[in-house]
Design a protein around this ligand. Structure first.
Ligand code: 4AD
Length: 434
């Protein structure tokens, strides 16, 4: 049996002979001994001590198996335990030019992401990410939503034409999906509440710390749902995820210097703030928006950009829903509030401490003529939406849903300043490799 580093850092193991597998993390060669920190395949690290005739040809990231005796030694790096060994099996001696050292530029780390993912930071992020997905799936199972999978090669825009990636599809043209929403809407007729986890693609034209060209999108859709339940579902889901992370991943959170007290503050219900009120607040803060070459004060009708979202959430300690956006800034599928002309039945969920939007959702327009008009207004080709329009002909029911950006959520959980640190192989405007 092979152990991992953290398994054997216990008094029960003192004096026991064990086998370890891993990679060389650091080496210190002395006259009579070689001190080698070994990294295992879950980010654990333990000091191994060899006589000088063993392991002297090892280099950083060489891979090996070690047989040795566990000892307690307060001086040992990484937790006061070490493995004294006189027997190793080497799988690979890495050339001495491993490109990643202790202090490297962000660009070099991104260029070498296939190797940089071995870092303990990336391992901790990946474990947290896996637990976020596990907690989300569990929440949907517990609440009787059905998981579905839908295509990512599509014919129609969901979130407007400007961020579509197009591709050749045999003799036709197609796009990479911006959102699974339209397919989820088709599925509520036969499966009731449904959800999916799938990549979404956006040809974002800007480099920011919150946009990726490919991100993991958790989307949910339910028939007969009203706004209040839509918000409550998101609250419960998010709180469920955060609680699971606090419970299962506290070590990884600490390693990443995440703000545990910020996570502990998250509980239901989240505040709701009307868009009208948000605009008043932004005006009182004298927040400006860019218009061409100049800036001007925020006015009713503006979408909330990142500066506005930051301003609204900077002092907040818990997530906040913005409700009642102007219909005009929202996509064609959003329903108009029947009691409030020009106002959308849509909501964005903003994360506190200046993080901003993590989720967007709302009630879907069910009047076929309204959808047709808005598709035309938004310059979209009606023919590509014929199947979607059928959904409003055959047994249409009130329905709604939401979509959460998983990397945005992780960025907030681990308190990272860049979304690229929340995904293993980021895709951005300037990066499609490795
Ligand atoms: O606000 P968005 O565009 O809404 C939709 O796609 C809806 N169809 C969702 C739905 O109702 N089913 O995207 C939803 C979320 C955003 O709040 C954000 O967290 C994330 O997806 N997101 C991105 N994450 C990373 N990079 C990007 N370029 C993102 N664009 C959106």
């Amino acid at each position: 049996m092979y152990y991992r580093a953290n398994d054997i850092k216990h008094n029960d193991f003192i004096g026991k002979t064990i086998w370890l597998r891993g990679w060389v993390y650091r080496i210190r060669k002395q006259k009579d001994k070689n001190f080698v920190l070994i990294r295992d395949d879950r980010g654990g690290v333990i000091q191994c001590v060899f006589p000088s005739n063993i392991g002297s040809d090892l280099t950083i990231e060489s891979s090996l198996e070690v047989k040795g005796t566990v000892l307690k030694d307060e001086r040992a790096k990484e937790g006061g335990y070490e493995v004294r060994s006189e027997e190793i099996k080497v799988f690979n001696i890495a050339p001495p030019d491993f490109p990643i050292g202790e202090f490297q530029s962000t660009e070099l780390l991104l260029d070498n992401r296939h190797l940089a993912i071995r870092s303990r930071k990336m391992v901790a992020m990946s474990k947290i990410r896996a637990t976020v997905l596990q907690a989300a799936r569990q929440w949907f199972i517990d609440n009787d939503w059905i998981e579905v999978n839908v295509p990512t090669i599509v014919k129609s825009a969901v979130e407007g034409g400007s961020t579509l990636f197009s591709l050749k599809y045999y003799d036709d043209d197609a796009y990479l999906s911006q959102s699974a929403q339209l397919y989820l809407e088709a599925l509520v007729f036969s499966l009731g509440p449904v959800w999916t986890l799938a990549p979404s693609f956006r040809a974002e034209k800007s480099r920011t710390v919150r946009h990726l060209a490919e991100f993991l999108h958790l989307e949910a859709e339910s028939p007969w749902i009203e706004m209040d339940d839509l918000l409550r579902n998101q609250e419960k889901l998010l709180c469920g995820i955060v609680q699971k992370i606090i419970l299962d991943r506290s070590e990884d959170l600490k390693y990443l210097n995440a703000d545990l007290s910020a996570l502990n503050r998250i509980h239901e219900p989240f505040d709701r703030l009307k868009y009208d009120k948000a605009i008043e607040i932004l005006q009182s803060m004298e927040i400006k928006v860019q218009e061409g070459e100049t800036t001007r004060p925020v006015v009713w009708g503006d979408d909330l950009n990142i500066d506005s979202e930051r301003a609204i959430t900077r002092e907040k300690k818990r997530p906040i829903f913005i409700v009642g956006y102007p219909l005009e800034v929202k996509p064609f599928y959003v329903k108009e509030d029947p009691l409030n002309h020009g106002v959308a039945l849509s909501t964005d969920l903003l994360l506190p401490d200046g993080f901003g939007e993590v989720s967007s959702g709302g009630i879907r327009e069910d009047n076929i003529e309204n959808i047709r008009t808005r598709l035309k207004e938004q310059g979209l080709d009606l023919n590509s939406y014929s199947w979607y329009l059928d959904l409003r002909k055959y047994g249409s029911v009130p329905h709604g849903g939401f979509g959460i950006g998983i990397e945005r959520l992780i960025r907030w959980i681990i308190n990272s300043n860049d979304i690229k640190e929340c995904v293993l192989f980021p895709r951005t405007m300037s990066r499609v490799m490795p």
